[in-house]
Structure formats: structure tokens, C-alpha cells
Write a protein that binds this ligand. Structure first.
Ligand SMILES: Cc1ncc(COP(=O)(O)O)c(C=O)c1O
Length: 409
């Protein structure tokens, strides 16, 4: 009785704050991305046509014909599952080939694939910090939940530096003698604000103070650099980063995560990380599809170029309509609402009245008061869609926030 009371209270708290999460039922349609179908009413089979604006399938690679046929053919020849952990019968030729492809992409000695980017972060960071005993981790305050979880699971001392603040990072790092084991963890593209980490500045500090560097490139792989190897590669700095972490679940359109680093670091993680050892390996068909996607994006720049053009176009339309957004340099366009209830309301209007789907982003994904609609325009959106979305946003802002919006407009 007492238990259920407490559990109910925890849910009611979220509902009162306006941050209770509702999952829309979407049916993706191969070959039609970013168009999809939405089940408006769970108890009714009717489906409504919508346009998705918040997908992390940034380049539509989950519906790329080559990747699909690779996956289908691999399933037909190898089946759907992997059959075990990497250690016990789940290590496939395809997963090893995928790791070799990832290592080559980042110009590292080795790569290791995990079941998700989340697990790659959590398992690698916690294991590394525990092996390097008496270690200190320096973590950007805006790092992802998976990084924070990895740090919490370790016995390392932690220092949180202000977002992208090199002076603060150096001030914290200087407190420790040179022979202390140090790890600096940061991201190349911060997922909710869409700004870039200061890779060059952090590398300089790391070198000066003998620290290892761990860079999360989850939102950058496939998206930046000549071959899609991410921001560090684009800046010619990948060789100065000790561990590059990425995902196969966003621009590469499949699922899974990875790290790429030295043979030694990868061997340590392979040998000690529970999140790598005690879980079923990704299926060979998935590994071969992810590999096909990486190889495709290494060569094809069309998707990246169109994506970047559409981001510029969307920002132009939003600026003209005086819709408030964070003007960063990346592919992520956060439209700011600053209120959880209004954020949800605007999202509902867009979906119910106009068929534009943008999930509201509320606490704890972003701090309270910084609620937003995170738009990720892709290569397959077009100007007509962008114009329609802007009009719908204008309407929704007027309806929910009339006075403030008119004031700023
Ligand atoms: C910065 C960052 N790192 C890691 C992850 C986890 O990656 P995955 O979705 O592959 O688990 C995410 C997920 O969105 C992320 O935003």
C-alpha cells in the first residue's frame, strides 16, 4: 500500500510539473522518411499522415536501400540473432568486420562495438576509471546521462567543469599533481543545445596536464568531416583524442554503440567491462547493415550536404517568422519555449492540427525553464515542408503565448 502510494506520488509530481512523458505511436514507412504514420488513438486502428522533425535518423540511413538490402540478405543467410555474448558464441565475422571498419574510420588501432551508445559510454568510462585507480574525472556539466552514469559507477573523484569553460577546466585540473590519473570527458556536439565542444582547447589542456581524453561523437558521426568520421576528424584532431565514442543508432540509422582507441585500451575494456562482457552481442545482420551504412556515408556526401542546406533554410524561415531558436553551427535547431506545459501544448497543436511531429523536450532531459522543441531537419525535408512547419509554429506560438510572441515579433 505504502509502496504504491509513493510510486503514484512520483508520477503525479511529473504530471503537475508538466514533464510527464507521453510516447506517440509512430509507424515508419520505408522509402518515405521523414513522412510517417501516427496512431492518433491507441484504441482505433486509423493512421494519420505526419512529417517527423525530431528524428535522430539524421540522414534517413535507416531507409537507405543499400543498407536495407544488406540487412535482409544477411538475415536470410545468418538469421536474426547473435546467439550469445561476445565471449560465448556471439562473436561473429560481421561484428569483427564492423569494428575494423570503425577503427579505420577514426584512424585508430582498434574499435569495440556495444549494444548502444549509452552502454559504450557507461561501460567504458566506469571501467577505465576503476582500472586507473585513484583517478580523477573532469566532466563537462552538459555531458549526457550515460556519461554521468559511467562516472557514478566508478570510484573516481569527479570534477564538473562549466560548459565548454577552458579556464574552469584548467583551474580544476591544476589542483592535482601531474602523476594523478586524469580523464577529461566531453562531447563534440551537445545534443540539446546543438553547440560544439572545444576540442582543440581541451586537447591542449589534456596534453599540458597529462590527462587522457574521451570524446562522445554520438551526434557527429556520419554527419561531419569528409568521410563522416565526426568533428575531431573534420578539425584534423582525431589522432589527439585517446578514445572516440560513437553510435550506430543516429546518422548510421541502425542501433549499437562503439569506442575506438588503442589496442591496449580496447583490450582492457573488452576484458573488464561488465556492460560489454555480460550481454548478448548485436546480431551479425545488424553489424553488416551498420557496416554498409558507414561505408556508404564515407563516400556519399549528398546526404550531409542536403542536410546542412535544409538546416540553413529552416533557420532562415524561423528567423523571418521571429520564432525563437538557439542559433548554433550544428544540424540541431532547438526552438525555445521555456515552459514545460506550453512546450507540450505547442507540440500537440503541431501534431493534431498540422501533422508536424516534434516531441517536446522537458526536464530532466533539459533543465527546468529551458524546455524546447528540438528540430533536426534532414536531407529529405523540402522547402515546402519547412514553410508549412514555420506557419504551423507561428500559429501555435500565437495560440499558446500570444502576448509574449506578439511582443517579440
Ligand atoms: C551525447 C549522447 N551520448 C550517448 C547517447 C546514447 O547513444 P545511443 O542512443 O546509441 O544509446 C546519446 C543518446 O541520445 C547522446 O545524446
Amino acid at each position: 500500500m505504502l509502496y504504491s502510494e509513493k510510486l503514484k506520488n512520483s508520477i503525479n509530481k511529473l504530471k503537475t510539473e508538466g514533464s510527464y512523458r507521453f510516447f506517440n505511436e509512430i509507424q515508419r514507412c520505408a522509402g518515405k522518411h521523414p513522412k510517417a504514420l501516427w496512431k492518433r488513438d491507441h484504441n482505433n486502428t486509423d493512421m494519420t499522415d505526419i512529417i517527423v522533425w525530431c528524428s535522430n535518423d539524421y540522414l534517413g540511413m535507416s531507409q537507405n536501400e543499400l543498407v536495407i538490402s544488406k540487412m535482409i540478405n544477411s538475415i536470410k543467410t545468418m538469421g536474426v540473432g547473435s546467439g550469445g555474448t561476445r565471449n560465448i558464441s556471439g562473436n561473429s565475422v560481421e561484428i569483427v568486420n564492423l569494428e575494423n571498419e570503425i577503427a579505420a574510420l577514426h584512424n585508430k588501432e582498434k574499435a569495440m562495438v556495444f549494444t548502444s551508445g549509452y552502454i559504450a559510454n557507461e561501460a567504458t568510462i566506469s571501467t577505465l576509471l576503476n582500472i586507473l585507480d585513484n583517478s580523477v574525472v573532469f566532466s563537462d556539466e552538459k555531458n549526457h546521462a550515460s556519461i554521468i552514469s559511467g562516472i557514478k559507477k566508478s570510484s573516481a573523484r569527479k570534477e564538473i567543469f562549466k560548459h565548454n569553460d577552458l579556464d574552469h577546466l584548467e583551474e580544476l585540473i591544476k589542483k592535482y599533481p601531474d602523476d594523478t590519473n586524469k580523464l577529461i570527458v566531453f562531447e563534440s556536439v551537445y545534443s540539446m543545445d546543438g553547440d560544439f565542444g572545444n576540442i582543440e582547447g581541451i586537447i591542449k589542456i589534456a596534453k599540458k596536464h597529462n590527462a587522457l581524453t574521451f570524446l562522445d561523437e554520438v551526434h557527429a558521426v556520419g554527419m561531419y568531416g569528409d568521410t563522416g568520421a565526426g568533428v575531431a576528424d573534420k578539425l584534423g584532431l582525431a589522432n589527439d583524442i585517446d578514445i572516440i565514442q560513437g553510435t550506430l543508432g543516429k546518422a548510421y540509422g541502425t542501433i549499437g554503440g562503439y569506442i575506438s582507441s588503442t589496442n591496449l585500451i580496447c583490450d582492457v575494456i573488452r576484458s573488464y567491462a561488465s556492460g560489454f562482457i555480460f550481454t548478448t552481442a548485436i546480431p551479425p545482420a545488424l553489424a553488416s547493415a551498420a557496416n554498409a551504412s558507414i561505408q556508404y556515408l564515407k563516400k556519399s556526401k549528398v546526404e550531409r550536404t542536403l542536410q546542412q542546406e535544409n538546416t540553413i533554410l529552416l533557420k532562415k524561415y524561423l528567423s523571418k517568422a521571429k520564432i525563437p531558436f538557439l542559433d548554433n553551427e550544428s544540424h540541431i535547431v532547438p526552438v525555445m519555449v521555456y515552459n514545460p506545459k506550453k512546450c507540450k501544448e505547442i507540440s500537440n497543436i503541431l501534431l493534431n492540427d498540422f501533422g508536424h511531429y516534434i516531441q517536446p523536450i522537458n526536464y530532466p532531459t533539459v533543465p527546468m525553464g529551458l524546455e524546447r522543441l528540438r528540430i533536426t531537419p534532414g536531407p529529405l525535408h523540402n522547402e515546402e515542408m519547412i514553410a508549412n512547419l514555420t506557419n504551423a509554429l507561428k500559429h501555435a506560438f500565437m495560440k499558446t503565448n500570444e502576448i509574449d510572441y506578439i511582443k517579440s515579433a
